[in-house]
Design a protein around this ligand. Structure first.
Ligand code: ZN
Length: 221
């Protein structure tokens, strides 16, 4: 499938992509095993987590066991697994499967760009900041979405090693966690967020971090 065909396939099916992207979260309600696919609690793996955790799923299972990974999360491995499903869909030129797996993959890639999806402190519950997850992922973006500049003029680039790339992303995302938790402290006084105050307070105080993370996730897909 050449590029013009690909662009037109995605353009024609843009509604399916948009409505399909939250599907992995919906699956969590039906499938117990789905939850751990959306995060990886990097603290569990120690201070050198990004050096010691194997890049390949089978190696990680051999090192930590499947139970441990299911408990502390498998997100980067799931991105690779869905990339492979999407690649297979392209090989078989199955348009429905391409759209389906592209939407799923976009969800997991976006999760890998959210600092709270890389931490045991996923809802600020360990630092007295309960509710930050919803605030960061839902409340503020829903109010501010029209202020975000999300268009991207990037060109697709071939990744020599998708495993290295997703782990680089996970490491960068995890490094943003302190800044993310700091943001909640700044927001504490203005909750609950009202539509007219979100842009003035919450948005500015994120340092633009939510739209930046959204932007950064686009070219990865
Ligand atoms: Zn998710």
């Amino acid at each position: 499938m050449n590029c013009p065909n690909l662009c037109s396939l995605f353009y024609t099916n843009k509604d399916s992509l948009v409505y399909g992207a939250p599907r992995p979260d919906v699956r969590r309600n039906q499938d117990e095993s789905e939850g751990s696919r959306h995060y990886m609690d990097m603290e569990y793996f120690g201070d050198s987590a990004f050096s010691v955790v194997p890049r390949k799923f089978d190696d990680a299972v051999a090192k930590y066991s499947l139970d441990t990974l299911n408990k502390y999360g498998t997100l980067p491995y799931v991105v690779i697994a869905y990339m492979e499903k999407l690649t297979e869909a392209f090989r078989s030129q199955n348009a429905d499967s391409i759209v389906f797996y592209a939407a799923d993959l976009s969800h997991y890639i976006a999760d890998a760009h959210v600092p709270l999806h890389t931490s045991i402190n996923y809802d600020g519950q360990l630092t007295g900041q309960n509710g930050i997850h919803d605030l960061w992922e839902t409340t503020v973006p829903e109010v501010e979405i029209l202020n975000y500049k999300l268009s991207s003029r990037h060109k697709a680039k071939y990744l020599e090693s998708p495993e290295q790339e997703i782990w680089k992303i996970m490491e960068h995302t995890f490094s943003l966690l302190p800044k993310c938790l700091q943001w909640k402290k700044k927001c504490r006084n203005i909750l609950p967020i009202q539509p007219n105050t979100a842009g003035k307070y919450a948005g500015e105080r994120t340092g633009g971090s939510i739209p930046v993370r959204l932007q950064r996730s686009i070219p990865v897909l």
